[in-house]
Design a protein around this ligand. Structure first.
Ligand SMILES: NC(=O)c1ccc[n+]([C@@H]2O[C@H](COP(=O)([O-])OP(=O)(O)OC[C@H]3O[C@@H](n4cnc5c(N)ncnc54)[C@H](OP(=O)(O)O)[C@@H]3O)[C@@H](O)[C@H]2O)c1
Length: 248
């Protein structure tokens, strides 16, 4: 219970990696606010998790929503010790056919959303707080059809460095987790059956040195480490958790 007495925010905490992280932070004693756009998803997750978890409907691309989120957290918690800026989207963006609207959907959620989430909660952060950004192994490699997604995650990787430098006088550490292919709904097509999704996961797994997609809990473990004092000497850094895909 390394996080007793700590208050945490996990954006996109209603699914996948954010959900696993919210669960682990709460299991370790933190009070956790989770966000997402869908009220139904938030409600079902809050009902499933411990009483230490609160849901706040927020679209991270809306500055109005982010201001409301800050006010709700301020009222409920007073201050924050941990922020996992995780909410994000992923779409293929082939160079020849991608439309402007898709560009904006990705950049708005993954870049603008992360930047303004951190800006919104700055006044609530205690000195010495830990901010964890969710980038991607894609920020390091050239994967066909992923230009905008990869560039959005490279921007997030860069934020960890710049924000750390900017927040140094408050001893606020900003680090990033960099997941490989993790088995979450982000990979799932709208009408895909369980069988089709399993086959997809197996296919992707064959491209990973460890032979499988990752589990959300394997990223959550890194988030817990970065959130806790165990990582007190890390800032501006990136923890890559990708089954060896970007290294071997
Ligand atoms: N899974 C992977 O292989 C992988 C690899 C590298 C990086 N990542 C990153 O990990 C993060 C989480 O992804 P995931 O795989 O856990 O996907 P997921 O299961 O689809 O979860 C995404 C979460 O973000 C929320 N979200 C999306 N857009 C939002 C917005 N505009 N405002 C607020 N919340 C929003 C979703 O809730 P609503 O839909 O209700 O808003 C959901 O809670 C993303 O940033 C993703 O890029 C994932």
């Amino acid at each position: 219970m390394v996080l007793v007495g700590k208050n945490a925010l996990v954006t996109g905490g209603s699914s996948g990696i954010g959900l696993a992280a919210a669960r682990l932070l709460a299991d370790n004693g933190a009070r956790v606010a989770i966000t997402g756009r869908s009220p139904a998803k938030l409600a079902s997750v809050v009902a499933e998790l411990s009483e230490n978890v609160t849901g706040i409907q927020t679209d991270v691309t809306s500055l109005t929503d982010l201001a409301k989120m800050r006010a709700t957290i301020e009222q409920a918690f007073g201050s924050l010790d941990i922020v996992f800026a995780n909410a994000g989207v992923a779409f293929g963006t082939p160079l020849a056919t991608t439309e402007e609207a898709t560009y904006h959907r990705i950049i708005d959620a993954n870049v603008k959303g992360v930047f303004f989430t951190v800006q919104a909660v700055l006044p609530l952060l205690r000195d010495g707080a830990s901010i964890i950004l969710n980038t991607s192994w894609l920020n390091q490699v050239g994967t066909p059809g992923r230009a905008i997604l990869s560039a959005s995650k490279a921007a997030v990787r860069s934020f960890a460095r710049t924000m750390s430098a900017e927040l140094l006088d408050r001893r606020i550490r900003v680090n990033a987790v960099s997941p490989g292919s993790i088995q979450t709904p982000i990979h799932r097509g709208n009408n895909e059956t369980e069988e089709e999704f399993r086959a997809y996961a197996e296919r992707i797994g064959t491209r990973v040195p460890l032979g499988r997609m990752g589990k959300p809990e394997e990223i959550a473990a890194a988030v817990l480490f970065l959130a806790s004092d165990a990582s007190s000497y890390m800032l501006g850094a990136e923890m890559v958790i990708d089954g060896g895909r970007s290294e071997l």
